[in-house]
Ligand binder design. Structure first.
Ligand code: FAD
Length: 303
């Protein structure tokens, strides 16, 4: 068996693998798609000590760094089941079962998409999902935020300080965000909130986003909003479906962990966007991968 088996090959999984391998213990990584969300990212300007990079470059760096150590890297392999017996067993989609003394779950998350025409075509060309990451790219421009929950209203407040104007489009007839956030957003001169608005299309000029269309659900009228950026804030979905009946998940499906990265199963740790750790960012998921690996090592020397 492995000493540490990491499930996931994003920044959290890569950091966990490197920290584990540096302890000289038998380490494996299974990843459906090495690089994770970073592989879909254009500009990265908040990875501290690297002023600017892009997703593919950072993914290549992650892989090189992992392979610098004695790590079994199993790419394009998907875990479908986890079970604790004598060892922790991880079953792959191809039927193989891997055994390990400890497992670190770092399967990440995915943004919920609007599923409207233009969204895919203009992803990274005006359609964005992370205001902390991409907000500054829209400095002085008009933007929209889709979704009036906490993340949408926080995004609007955040963007209002950078961009020219923010239009928030909420599908329902009330905002689901906390009252204090709603009051703050409503007090900002360059934020407009539109309720009962169903986004129907992302409009571009072939190169970049130039607007969006929405339908006013009160009267079925269609409207065009002129924006350069659209921040989709309708939820982050953790990749934890295969763990549903296995370990403790939050009501949003995130793996519940403590400060040592421990889950509800002894010997099973978790890190990154798939967990209850607040603020989903590359640097944060790497830190939590390191924490989980050190937690697993601690577990191994005590058991
Ligand atoms: P992920 O990156 O999601 O990686 C999960 C890994 O697990 C992948 O390898 C995946 O294939 C694998 N996996 C999933 N399920 C299974 C399974 N069942 N079996 C095996 N493997 C599985 N953050 C920043 O700090 N700065 C930015 O500029 C930035 N820009 C972003 C732009 C975009 C478009 C997106 C989508 C995100 C951006 N983020 C940015 C957020 C950042 O990418 C994430 O916080 C970070 O990648 C999370 O790392 P992770 O390792 O936890 O998960």
């Amino acid at each position: 068996p492995y000493d540490v088996l990491v499930v996931g090959g994003g920044p959290a999984g890569a950091a966990a693998a490197i920290y584990a391998a540096r302890k000289g213990i038998r380490t494996g990584v299974v990843a459906e798609r090495f690089g994770g969300q970073v592989a879909d990212t254009m500009a990265i300007e908040n990875f501290i000590s690297v002023k600017a990079t892009d997703g593919p470059k950072l993914v290549a760096g992650l892989e090189q760094h992992v392979l610098d150590y004695d790590v079994d890297l199993m790419k394009t392999q998907k875990a479908v089941r986890l079970e604790k017996k004598e060892f922790v067993e991880v079953e792959l989609e191809n039927g193989a079962v891997l055994k390990s003394k400890t497992v670190i779950l770092a399967t990440g998350a995915r943004w919920r998409e609007m599923n409207v025409p233009g969204e895919q075509e203009y992803r990274g060309k005006g359609v964005a999902y992370c205001p902390h990451c991409d907000g500054p790219l829209f400095k002085g421009k008009k933007t929209a935020v889709i979704g009036g929950g906490n993340s949408g209203i926080e995004a609007a407040i955040d963007l209002a300080g950078i961009v020219e104007h923010v239009t928030v489009l909420e599908f329902g007839d009330t905002l689901r965000a906390d009252e204090v956030l709603v009051r703050k957003a409503e007090s900002l001169a360059n934020v407009t909130i539109i309720k009962e608005a169903m986004t129907t299309e992302v409009i571009g000029d072939g190169e970049r986003v130039i607007g969006l269309k929405y339908t006013d659900r009160k009267n079925d009228e269609s409207h065009l909003v002129d924006v350069a950026g659209i921040f989709v804030q309708i939820g982050l979905v953790p990749n934890s479906e295969f763990l549903q009946d296995t370990l403790a998940l939050s009501n949003r499906g995130e793996i519940v962990i403590n400060a040592h990265g421990e889950t509800s199963i002894p010997g099973v740790f978790a890190a990154g966007d798939v967990t209850t750790t607040p603020y989903k960012q590359i640097i944060i998921s790497m830190g939590s991968g390191a924490t989980a690996a050190l937690g697993a090592f601690d577990y191994l020397i005590r058991n």
